[in-house]
Write a protein that binds this ligand. Structure first.
Ligand code: PEP
Length: 254
């Protein structure tokens, strides 16, 4: 597939897989994906599996991501994980502001932007998630909601930092529901976000930033979604928990 930006496909394993299960999954993925160079492949296991998975992906084409991190560098923040701790496991990417964290942990755009700054300070590449609910889409609020999330979550980042930032557009109504945005809906929304980046930064930044689509991506819909000009990859939940389906998504996207 001829793309303006290199595709980045990340698996968000969420709160699934013990360390030994994660190791088995990543070993199977390595076998499936040995020759893949066309796509940046990232896996995001739970924190407890990072050490095992980090060792397994050494010298492979699979990169490691975390699912969250603290906006703080260290200190009395019980239960939190700092960017520096992730770096020790060769983590390169970190998912920030996933809709599940926005919903259950009440993460605000302001907090997500603080985390994005902390990630960049540690040379981690944030994958910043945005997305509207079904009620917001049906109520005609989608663009307003997305604009608030994109401006708020990326507040204060420089153009250079944007080059190392990925945006994941994940309509909340499509996550884990089996319901996928149509290719037209995905393209239209990605184009809207890209246009927003022109007004926030500039044309060059907007052309370089990779925008992933997330929401019930599977082997059968990956090719069509990735074929859209402004869709630069995928953030995959459920289908990333199985080596065969995640690698088929990647292979079908090339
Ligand atoms: C996600 O949670 O990031 C996601 C896209 O999940 P799923 O693929 O299961 O819809």
């Amino acid at each position: 597939m001829n793309k303006e930006r290199k595709l980045i496909i990340a698996g968000n394993w969420k709160m699934n897989k013990t360390a030994s299960e994660a190791l088995a999954l990543v070993k199977a993925l390595k076998l499936e994906l040995t020759n893949i160079k066309e796509v940046d492949v990232v896996v995001c296991p739970p924190f407890t599996a990072l050490a095992e998975v980090a060792k397994a992906v050494l010298e492979s084409n699979i990169r490691l991501g975390a699912q969250n991190m603290s906006e703080q560098g260290n200190g009395a923040f019980t239960g939190e994980i700092a960017a520096g701790m992730l770096k020790e496991f060769s983590v390169r990417y970190v998912i920030l502001g996933h809709s599940e964290r926005r919903q259950y942990q009440k993460e605000s755009n302001e907090l997500i932007s603080k985390k994005a700054h902390a990630a960049h300070a540690a040379s981690l590449h944030p994958i910043v998630c945005v997305g509207e609910t079904l009620a917001e889409r049906e109520g005609g609020q989608m663009e307003k909601v997305l604009e608030t999330q994109v401006r708020g979550s990326l507040a204060g980042l420089t153009a250079e930092q944007m080059d190392d930032t990925v945006i994941a557009y994940e309509p909340v109504w499509a996550i884990g529901t089996g319901r996928t945005a149509t290719t037209a809906q995905a393209q239209e929304t990605h184009a809207f976000i890209r246009k927003l980046l022109v007004s926030m930064f500039n044309q060059a930044v907007s052309r370089r930033v990779r925008i992933q689509y997330g929401g019930s991506v599977k082997p059968s819909n990956a090719r069509e979604l990735m074929g859209q000009p402004d869709v630069d990859g995928a953030l995959v939940g459920g289908a990333s928990l199985d080596a065969r389906s995640f690698s088929e998504i990647i292979k079908n996207s090339i």
